[in-house]
Design a protein around this ligand. Structure first.
Ligand SMILES: C[S@@+](CC[C@H](N)C(=O)[O-])C[C@H]1O[C@@H](n2cnc3c(N)ncnc32)[C@H](O)[C@@H]1O
Length: 249
């Protein structure tokens, strides 16, 4: 069986364009995101919205006064949809096609990079996520901030049995051969029937990974511990862990 490829990821997002556009038009920022962005971003910051999708975080950030922003996404159809939403929101945001694992920017460019709604974990294969984190480190200024979210295997009680069985399969070598690492999951998206790939880590995996790549954790929290998001947010997004980290080398 073929491994999960970038083509799979492009198809997974292509088939969700309308849903992401509606989320951008009708929902925008989550309360948790508003808290994090207003706490950690300065209005003068040069910001990269990585994996911006249809601009769900980009448009409200500009509206809040964070105007020095560039937004990129791997999926060309997401960028087309974001560009057409520029007219809907009467804005002129710079949306570009780009890959987090190979950024077009020179080193030390950005004060803040965001990768919202678990996008970093939708990159298949650890070595590719390593490449993305290296690129994020390269284009961030020293001391710059990187904000992203992940799911958390250790917090998702309804899946404890699933992960226990999954671990046994990996130990025996009988796991789904299209996956790369334990924690990988191919599933259907929340309330939709799209097939999606996502890597679901535990907190320590991410903390260790960030340390290896010269990032220090400034704040991390599990969304539901602090925020009771609107139904429209919960309908579309499962619970997640926020990571606010700082480049230290
Ligand atoms: C779950 S969506 C989130 C979109 C948007 N940030 C939001 O919150 O609505 C994840 C996005 O990450 C993008 N993505 C996945 N891999 C990427 C990569 N290697 N480089 C840039 N974007 C990527 C996908 O195309 C998708 O638009």
């Amino acid at each position: 069986m073929q491994k999960i490829t970038t083509q799979f990821i492009l198809n997974q997002y292509r088939s969700g364009i309308k849903s992401y556009s509606d989320f951008t038009k009708e929902v925008g920022l989550w309360d948790s995101e508003k808290y994090v962005f207003q706490k950690y971003l300065e209005p003068t910051d040069k910001i990269l919205d990585l994996g911006c999708g249809t601009g769900r975080t980009t448009f409200p950030l500009v509206k809040l006064g964070y105007k020095n922003i560039v937004a990129i996404d791997l999926t060309p159809e997401m960028i087309e949809a974001a560009q057409s939403l520029n007219q809907y929101f009467e804005m002129e945001i710079d949306f570009r096609i780009g890959d987090a694992t190979d950024l077009e920017f020179e080193a030390l460019q950005f004060d803040t990079i965001i990768f919202s709604f678990n996008g970093l974990m939708s990159i298949p294969k650890q070595s590719n996520r390593d490449a993305a984190l290296k690129e994020i480190n390269r284009v961030l200024k020293n001391g710059g901030t990187f904000i992203f979210t992940t799911h958390d295997r250790a917090r998702e009680k309804e899946f404890f049995e699933f992960w226990k069985t999954e671990k046994e399969k990996w130990d025996q070598g009988t796991q789904n051969p299209s996956l790369y690492e334990f924690g990988d999951l191919v599933t259907t998206s929340k309330n939709e029937s799209r097939e999606i790939f996502i890597h679901i880590p535990i907190e320590k995996e991410i903390t260790d990974w960030l340390n290896q790549h010269h990032f220090e954790v400034v704040e991390t929290f599990y969304r539901v511990d602090r925020f009771d998001e609107r139904e429209a947010v919960k309908m579309k997004s499962g619970e997640c862990r926020f990571w606010i980290v700082k480049k230290v080398g």
